[in-house]
Design a protein around this ligand. Structure first.
Ligand SMILES: [Zn+2]
Length: 338
């Protein structure tokens, strides 16, 4: 019978995507902080905002949101990025996940036009690790690039392309810049929403592995809507059974889950479906904080219509470096070709 530490390390690995050994070492190092420590304050805000930015777009990656694993600690999180991003517009074309993440996250501005994450700053670059923070705080996120990620070269290219298009890169500024302050003043509801939803976004990032290990979705896309809800859409081909229960169990697990309870469920899985059904089927499950903290998590399990052609997504996932065995599970190859 495995001891408690061994069982916890295996369970944590499922939630984070870490190796068993890494999970076990973290459990020993951070004992007292819980089996999967929660972030608070600026740390939670940094993580939640980063997940919101990293999830934007229709790109494909080998893992949900292009994050292969996370290593959560009480005061920081390490986010291990996939190697490649597959463009939705140019099938077969791919580029580095690190490059894509840098473009989404690093703040740049021009005459009131602000892109990237307000207040994000680079504090350190060490090999494959890019350390970022929210300016004026002790928060820390380590973006770990895949081998060959070359952050230094990426940052040089980013500087060149932002200044060539008339933007100013802000990631080294010691304080919030005028452009960022203006943005915060112009969109107060956005920063209010970010603060309110930080516990949830950070909690999801710290359990990113569940969206791979506890589901058979071929794509997972998170976003925050104007109703102050975190949405996560999980996509399935027509023939796959949508697996709600394992993900719910993982997200609400007593030791490793979030303090969430299910508020409502709309599930169509038991309804008969004809083999020629052309509608997308969507099941929605809403979760809220057990102690009524603001913030709603809406999981949308989406099944594609009959006759939906999986070859495009399959090709894009393959070009992004997805594991062929996982691809066979989530997007079974069609007889006669892939
Ligand atoms: Zn359902």
């Amino acid at each position: 019978m495995p001891d408690v530490l061994t069982r916890l390390a295996y369970a944590r690995r499922v939630a984070t995507g870490e190796s068993y050994q890494t999970a076990r070492e973290a459990l020993v190092r951070d004992r007292g902080a819980g089996a999967l420590p929660a972030a608070t304050g600026a740390q939670a805000l940094l993580e939640s905002m980063a997940l919101r930015c990293l999830g934007i777009g229709e790109e494909f990656w080998a893992h949900p949101m292009g994050i292969a694993s996370v290593r959560p600690a009480p005061d920081r999180v390490t986010v291990e990025l996939d190697a490649f991003t597959s463009s939705p517009y140019y099938p077969g074309r791919f580029y580095g996940r690190a490059e894509h993440a840098g473009r989404c996250l690093l703040p740049h501005a021009q005459h009131g036009d602000m892109h990237g994450m307000v207040g994000l700053r680079i504090v350190e670059l060490r090999g494959l690790d890019l350390h970022v923070t929210l300016v004026g705080t002790a928060s820390r996120m380590i973006l770990r690039g895949a081998r060959g990620a070359g952050w230094r070269g990426q940052l040089r290219l980013y500087q060149q392309s932002t200044s060539a298009s008339g933007f100013e890169a802000l990631y080294q500024e010691p304080h919030l810049t005028e452009a960022e302050v203006e943005h915060l003043e112009y969109y107060p509801e956005e920063s209010e929403r970010d603060r309110e939803l930080a516990w949830l976004g950070s909690g999801l990032l710290r359990r990113i592995g569940l969206f791979r290990s506890a589901t058979a979705a071929f794509a997972v896309r998170p976003w925050v809507d104007e109703f102050d809800e975190w949405n996560v859409e999980l996509s399935y081909p027509f023939t796959t059974t949508m697996d709600h229960a394992p993900l719910l169990a993982g997200l609400t697990d007593r030791r490793l889950g979030l303090p969430l309870r299910v508020r409502s469920t709309t599930c169509h899985c038991a309804e008969p479906r004809s083999a020629t059904d052309q509608r997308r089927r969507v099941c929605r499950i809403e979760l809220v904080h057990r102690d009524e903290l603001p913030g709603v998590l809406q999981l949308r399990f989406t099944s594609e219509p009959a006759g939906w052609d999986a070859s495009g997504p399959r090709q894009r996932l393959a070009s992004a470096g997805a594991d062929p065995r996982w691809l066979d599970r989530v997007l079974p190859a069609v007889a006669g070709g892939r």
